[in-house]
Design a protein around this ligand. Structure first.
Ligand SMILES: [Zn+2]
Length: 244
């Protein structure tokens, strides 16, 4: 380690904020953040202290360490819990899905998803929405959440967001894609799917422009539904069909 003329390490003379910022950059941008943070800690006491700052745990790109899920599951879960305690939204999301799949910890799983959503994590909110939609008792909360996700801003209140009755929203499409990717990579569980909507409205789910196809047919065209309920039932069906 280089020393200045008084024999102190140059790093130890840098402001703490600067050292923390270096650690944050490493934790958030590196493709192997955990190894890099461990190496940084080993360099000197100053970086060791800086790397333990909560802001570093909050910024850690935990999704890039997913291979540890298979190779060292317990230590990966410990990393996720540490980062979640620092307010890391992705860690809350992954823990939420993990604990929800383990029915013994379903309540804690929902709490993790709620915390991720409260911090603005759109995909976690989407996943929470489709899970809550499956139960009649939580369905109106689910539709409110999904409407807020489709607006792209979770800080919107129910009053700010119009109820959605058309599919094809690009934010919902992206959230579905990301949630399907994450869930199907790490978890295997058959979710019970409810029967398709009993809607008997003749045009419910028709292609939004031509209105000539019923929603049991699949394609990329936006579809118009008779109600919010039918729009989100279609969404949930699309999601669970992809992960089962
Ligand atoms: Zn309908």
């Amino acid at each position: 380690m280089k020393k200045d003329i008084k024999g102190r390490s140059i790093i130890s003379s840098l402001p703490q904020d600067t050292l923390v910022e270096v650690a944050i950059q490493l934790a958030s941008k590196s493709s192997t953040p955990l190894d890099n943070i461990r190496s940084l800690r080993a360099t000197c006491k100053s970086f060791h202290r800086a790397s333990r700052d909560k802001l570093v745990g909050r910024s850690m790109a935990v999704d890039k360490e997913e291979k540890r899920w298979w190779e060292e599951n317990n230590s990966y879960l410990a990393l996720l819990r540490n980062c979640a305690d620092c307010g890391n939204l992705e860690a809350h999301f992954i823990l939420g899905v993990e604990e929800l799949y383990n029915s013994r910890r379903a309540v804690s799983g929902l709490q993790h998803l709620q915390l991720a959503m409260d911090g603005g994590h759109l995909t976690a909110a989407y996943f929470l929405g489709v899970v809550l939609f499956r139960q009649a008792a939580t369905r109106s909360d689910a539709m409110e959440i999904l409407n807020r996700v489709s607006s792209g801003d979770l800080s919107n209140t129910a009053a700010d967001v119009a109820g959605c009755t058309i599919s094809g929203n690009p934010i919902i499409d992206r959230c579905r894609e990301e949630a399907v990717k994450m869930v199907s990579r790490n978890w295997k569980k058959e979710w019970e799917m409810e029967l398709r909507s009993p809607c008997t409205h003749p045009l419910c789910g028709a292609a939004a422009k031509s209105r000539d196809q019923h929603w049991v047919k699949r394609d990329c065209l936006p579809r118009a539904f008779c109600s919010e309920f039918c729009r989100w039932a279609y969404e949930c069906h699309s999601f669970f069909e992809k992960i089962n």
